[in-house]
Design a protein around this ligand. Sequence first.
Ligand SMILES: Cc1ncc(COP(=O)(O)O)c(C=O)c1O
Length: 443
Amino acid sequence: MASAPAPHRRDRAVRAAVSQSLLSPDRPVAALLDTEGVRASAAALRAAFAAVTDAPVLHAFAVKASPLVPVLRLLYEEGLGAEVASPGELALARAAGVPPHLTVLDSPAKTVAELREALALGIAVNADNPQELARLDALVPAAAAPPPLGLRVNAQVGGGSIDAMSTATDTSKFGVGLRDPGARAWIVRAFLDRPWLTRLHTHSGSQGVPLARMAAGVRAVYELAEEINAAAGRRQVDTVDIGGGLPVNFASDEETPTYEAYARLLAAEVPGLFDGRYGLVTEFGRSLLARHGTVLARVEYTKTTGARPIAVTHAGVQVAARTVYAPGSWPLRIAVYDAEGRPKGGPAVDQDVAGPACFAGDLLAAARPLPLLEPGDVVAALDTGAYYFAHHYAYNSLVRPGVYGWTTRPDGSVRFATVRPPQSVAEIVAEAGGDLRDALVRE
Ligand SMILES: Cc1ncc(COP(=O)(O)O)c(C=O)c1O
C-alpha cells in the first residue's frame, strides 16, 4: 500500500531518478511508475466489488491502457486478468503469463484467424456485430471446448464530455445498437439460436462519461440479459461484462471517483446483477494506472517570444499525444523540479512547457503558471501512467524513453526496476527499414 501521501512519495522518486542518472543531460526524458500505487489500485478495485457481490468477478485489465509486459505481470500477481483488443495485446498478455481463462478478447475488427486462435486457446470472446457472430457460427462447431462467448451491446445511453471516448452514443462504432429499430428482438433471437452464447458485454465509454450514465448502460444490458434468460427458459446469459471506463481526476491528487463509489452505485442501480446470479467481468484501464505514472524531462533551453516565456523540454507529443493534439480534453498537471530533482519554488509565471517535436502545437502546457523554468530543471508530467508514455508516438523519430517502476525501501530510499529500456537510435534505424536501404532503388 502507498506509505506516504502521493506528492511526497513522488518527489522522493524524482530526486532518486536524477541522482541515479535515469535522467541526465544525455538521457533527458524518462518515465516512472509507482509500483506500490499500482498494487494499491488493483487491491482497491478487487475490494470494491467484493464488498457488493459474492459472485465471481474477473477484473480483466484493459491492456491498451498500459501495454507493458511487467505491468501486466504485476497486475496478474495482484489477481487481475487481461482484456485484449489485438493480436499484439494478446501476445503481451501471454508473455506476461496471464492464463487464457483470465483473458478476454474484444476489438471491433477481429479477423477469422484471431477468432480461431482465441477459440483454440480458450480465451473468452465478445463478438462485436452480426457478421462476427456469423463467423463464430462457422468456427464454434469445430472447437473442442468453446470458451465463453458473448455479444457486445451499445446501450446507446449517450456520450460524455470527450466525443472520442464516448462509446454509447447513437452511432458509436462498437457493438450492436440496442435501441436501433428491431435490434433488441434480433439480439434475443440471436441468443436463442446459439446456446453457446452466454455473455453480454458493454463499455459505455472512458474518460468524461458520468458514472450515472455508465451505470445506466450496465442496467440496460442487465435488463437485456434477464429478457434473454426469460425467453430461453434458463440462465443462458450467465456473465455480464461491464467494461471499464472509470474516469480519472487529472486536476489534483485527490482520487475521485473511487472504485468503491462506482461499485456501490452499480449495486444500488442494478441490484439484480449483484445478487449472485451473474458472474461479472470488468475491464478497467486508465483508473488502475494513470495516477501512478510520471514523465520526467529536462529543460534544454528557455526563451521568451512575444512576451511569453517558453521552456523547451524533451517531453512532448511522443509521450503525450492526446494532450498535445487535444489539449482542452486532456490537460496534464505539471510539477517542476530543479536540476538536482528537488521541488522548485518561486513566484508563478505564465509559461509554455514545450516538447522537442518540430511543430508549433507540441506543448505539454500553454501559459501555465509555474515557477520560472531554467535550463537543466526537470518538469514532471503527472498522471501519465495510462495511455501516455506507454503509447509512444514516433514523430521526429524521437526515442522511446525508458520506463522504470519504483518502490520505496523501509529506510525511505527508492529502488528502480527497468520496465522498458530506453530505445536506442540504432533501433530506430532498424525499425525504419535500415536493413532494406536499397529496397526502392534496386531493379
Ligand atoms: C472494450 C473496452 N474495455 C475497456 C476499456 C478501458 O477503458 P478505461 O481505460 O477508460 O478504463 C476500453 C477503452 O477504450 C474499451 O474499449
